[in-house]
Every structure is written in C-alpha cells, then in structure tokens.
Design a binder for this molecule. Sequence first.
Ligand code: ATP
Ligand code: MG
Length: 256
Amino acid sequence: MTQIPHDHPRYKSLITREMAVEGVKKGITSTQGLIAQGRGEAFDYLIGEYSTESAKEAERAATAHLLLAKKPVISINGNTAALVPDEMVELSNIIKASLEVNLFHRSRDRIDRIIEHMESHGAENVLGRKGDSVLDLSHDRRMVDHEGIYSADVVLVPLEDGDRCEKLSEMDKVVIAIDLNPLSRTSQCADVTIVDNITRAFENMLQYADEMKNLNYDKLREIVDSYDNNRIITLAIDEITTWLSKFSKESGTKRL
Ligand code: ATP
Ligand code: MG
C-alpha cells in the first residue's frame, strides 16, 4: 500500500482509495469497482467529505429499521468487503443480520475469495454461494440465496444497482441504500437513502446501534414512522448546494 502521511489534509479519502486498490490486488474488488469508488470520491468532494445532517438522520432511521427487522440482511460486494469488512461483521452481530455476497461481476472464485476474506475478519455463515433464487433481472445480481436476501424483510445495500434496488422494493422489502450520489436510481428508489461514504456511514450506524439496541418496539417504530425519505434526499441535495455556494464565495475571496 502506498504510504500516505497522517497529516495529509485528505488522509482518510486517500487511505480509502488505497484500500479499494488492495481489494483489486487481492481479487475481491472488480476493476470496475475502482471506477465506482472514483465516482463516489467525486460526490464526496461535493458534499464536503463529512456526514451531513441528512446522512445522520437517514443512518438513525436505517438502524431503527434494522433493529426492528425480523430477517435483516447486509448485502456485500467487492467494494464493501475491501473498505468496511470489520464494520459489517460488527453491525451484523449487533442487529443479528445475515451477511450475503451479491456481485454484478459474479464469479464463483470471487464469491469464495470475498467469503474467505470476510471470515478472516470474523464473519460466520456468510451467504451468497447458493444463488438458489432469482430476482426478475437480466444480470447476475438476480441470483440471491433463498434463506438470505430473497426472504429478508429489510436489506442494507451499500453501493447498489438501481435496477436491483427497484426489484427489492417491489418485493415489499425495506431497502436501505448507502450511496454518495443522491441522484442515482438507487438513491431515488430506496426507502432509506444514506448519502454518505460507506466508511462514515458504518461508523455512525455502529454508534447508533449501540445507543439504540435496548430501545423498545414503540420507540424504534416512532423513529421509523416519523422518517420521510423524500425530505432527506431533498435535504442532501440542498446541503451540496449550500456547501458549493459557500466554497464558491470563499474561493472567490481568495482569488481577489
Ligand atoms: P444506479 O444504477 O443506481 O444509477 P450507478 O450506476 O451510478 O447507480 P455504480 O456505477 O454501480 O452506480 O456505482 C455505485 C455507486 O456507489 C455510485 O453512485 C457511487 O457514487 C457510489 N459510491 C462509490 N464509492 C462509494 C463509497 N465509498 N461510499 C458510498 N458510496 C459510494
Ligand atoms: Mg449501476
């Protein structure tokens, strides 16, 4: 891994990039995954590289949904396995969720490698090898495990495809997306849209899960019922606009 000095102003972003590159070298992340990461970085730059109020509100509602769920599943792909393996294991333990590998660029080899990688980070019983049920899609993300995503009531889909997100919603599942692009089809169709970097989103959700794990049903229901995803997406876009106009004014001053 390239050495990034700790005092670099964009240390966290550069380390995350290096982790994605390591993922490719280990054969768990696809090369296309690097392009997705680059697109994410661009949106993160426009957001200001921090967890906004809208992101935190969505993360709180997502955590409440996961704690209320009867059968929650966290979907894993090559990018999330490279960037947040420990955090996915930790969250799945707190909320009692299954972990399932689901890939757009699916191959038996890569599924095995991702599962082994997750096991080396403490995961147990990772699903995704069977692919014994299908969603109504024409690409490989249609293949899911019956005991996992197919029968889940709440699915956390970090870095998802818009069309699979739509299918999961049509199946009456609660879909929670993490996507730095508030305009993507995934963001637009999810029930809870977290516009945040997955590295920050998992950190925040772990904290919320710890704070909320002993809340009773009524309290969790209250959080879920008062949540309005349309308002959160609008707010996420407004936050980018506000950040950009602040930035534009400040750099205008510097130029003068
Ligand atoms: P859609 O099919 O929903 O329109 P897309 O085709 O734009 O989405 P992909 O190319 O599959 O999406 O990329 C996945 C998405 O993940 C991108 O929108 C990108 O902004 C986002 N993304 C990439 N890296 C991260 C990250 N580290 N944290 C959060 N989101 C990320
Ligand atoms: Mg896509």
